[in-house]
Design a protein around this ligand. Structure first.
Ligand SMILES: [Zn+2]
Length: 61
């Protein structure tokens, strides 16, 4: 699902999901926060899987 982002500098809508710079004014869209958020979400899933693995080990041992 594609959701348009708004440039924080000029306010234009950016429809390119992978765009790091604004197409209109060339300023950074500061998507690092979004990438970090995704990494954090993946980290939570990994931690959950590790805990699940330990729980399974505890059951089998
Ligand atoms: Zn802009």
């Amino acid at each position: 699902m594609q959701r348009p982002i708004q440039c924080p500098h000029c306010g234009n809508d950016i429809t390119d999901e992978d765009a790091l710079l604004c197409l209109f004014c060339g300023e950074s869209l500061k998507r690092e926060i979004g990438v970090l958020g995704k990494l954090r979400a993946n980290g939570i899933i990994i931690v959950f899987l590790v805990l699940l693995a330990f729980a399974l080990l505890a059951v089998f041992l």
